[in-house]
Design a binder for this molecule. Structure first.
Ligand code: GUN
Length: 290
C-alpha cells in the first residue's frame, strides 16, 4: 500500500450543483413564456433504456423541464420513426429531441440521427454538431464527454500541454471526448481495441479517460503517478456489483484524483443533457444569441 490515496472527484455533488443552475435557467425561460421541453423517443422494450429514459424524465421534471413521451413498439419502421422526428422538428414548443439508443435492429439509426434538426439535437449526435465540435466551435456537445470535461475542471486540472489518453473510440464518447480535450490544449491520444501496448500509453497519461465498457480493464499498476482519471464505464458484475473500466483500488493508490463508479460520470450525463435542453430553450426565449 502506498501512503497516497487519490482524491475522489464527486460527480454526484457536482451534478447537483449543475442541476440547480439548470433549474434556475429553466425558470428564467418560463418567466418569458417559454417552458423548456424535451421530446423523448423510446422504441422497443430494452430494459436498460427504459430505466435511463425514466430517470431522464424524472430529473427533467424536477428542473421545470417538460417532457413529451413517445413510446413505440420494437416493430416500428425507419419510415414511421422518420415521420415522428419530422413532426417533432416542426413543433415550435419542442426544444430538444432525444431518441434513445440503441434502436431495434431493423431501424436505420444513422438515418434517424441525421433527420433530427441539429438545433434540437440535445444529444449532440448529429453530424453537423459533431462537425462543429471538430472545428472547435461546439454547439451541442454530447452529454457524457461534456460531463467528463466538467469533472476534469472540478478536479482543478489545467489541460494545457497535458498528455491525455482516451481509451475507446465510440462516436458518443471516445471521439467527441478527444475533440474536447484537444480544444482545451491537451496532447491527445486515442487508444482502442487494436492499440499495441496499452499499459505503456496509460503509464504516460497525465489525464486518462476510460470508455471501453469492460470491467476493471485498466489495471491500477499501469497508472501514471499523479494522474487524473475519469472512468466512464458502468459495468454490472455477476454478483450484482457495479464497477468501472479502471481497477479503482489500485488506481487510487497512484492517481491524484479519480471518479468513483457509481457516483462519478453517471450523474453528470443527465445533468449535461438537461443543460443542453435549457440552452435550446434560451435561444427560443431570446435569452441567448443564435
Ligand atoms: N443510450 C446510451 N446513452 C445514450 C445517450 O446519451 N443518449 C441516447 N439518446 N441514447 C443513449
Amino acid at each position: 500500500m502506498s501512503d497516497t490515496t487519490a482524491a475522489k472527484i464527486d460527480g454526484k455533488a457536482l451534478s447537483k450543483r449543475l442541476l440547480k443552475e439548470v433549474k434556475g435557467r429553466s425558470e428564467a425561460c418560463a418567466a418569458k413564456g417559454v417552458t423548456p421541453c424535451l421530446a423523448v423517443v423510446l422504441v422497443g422494450e430494452d430494459p436498460a433504456s427504459k430505466i435511463y429514459v425514466r430517470s431522464k424524465e424524472k430529473r427533467a421534471a424536477k428542473c421545470g423541464i417538460a417532457t413529451r413521451d413517445h413510446r413505440l413498439p420494437a416493430t416500428t419502421s425507419t419510415g414511421d420513426l422518420l415521420g415522428l422526428v419530422d413532426q417533432l422538428n416542426k413543433d415550435p414548443k419542442v426544444d430538444g429531441i432525444l431518441v434513445q439508443l440503441p434502436l431495434p435492429e431493423g431501424v436505420d439509426s444513422d438515418a434517424i440521427l441525421l433527420a433530427i434538426d441539429p438545433r434540437k439535437d440535445v444529444d449532440g449526435f448529429h453530424p453537423e454538431n459533431l462537425g462543429l465540435l471538430m472545428l472547435g466551435r461546439p454547439r451541442f456537445v454530447s452529454c457524457t464527454p461534456q460531463g467528463c470535461m466538467r469533472l476534469i475542471a472540478e478536479a482543478g486540472v489545467d489541460l494545457t500541454g497535458k498528455r491525455a489518453l482516451v481509451v475507446g473510440r465510440s462516436n458518443i464518447v471516445g471521439k467527441p471526448m478527444a475533440q474536447l480535450l484537444l480544444k482545451a490544449n491537451a496532447t491527445v491520444t486515442i487508444a482502442h481495441s487494436r492499440t499495441v501496448d496499452l499499459p505503456r500509453l496509460v503509464g504516460e497519461a497525465e489525464v486518462l479517460v476510460a470508455a471501453v465498457g469492460r470491467p476493471n480493464f485498466i489495471h491500477g499498476d499501469w497508472v501514471r503517478p499523479g494522474a487524473t482519471i475519469i472512468d466512464v464505464g458502468i459495468n454490472r458484475l455477476e454478483d450484482g456489483g457495479i464497477v468501472g473500466d479502471v481497477e479503482f483500488e489500485g488506481a487510487s493508490e497512484r492517481a491524484a484524483a479519480i471518479t468513483p463508479v457509481p457516483g462519478g460520470v453517471g450523474p453528470m450525463t443527465i445533468a449535461c443533457l438537461l443543460s443542453n435542453v435549457v440552452d435550446a430553450a434560451e435561444r427560443r426565449a431570446g435569452i441567448s444569441a443564435s
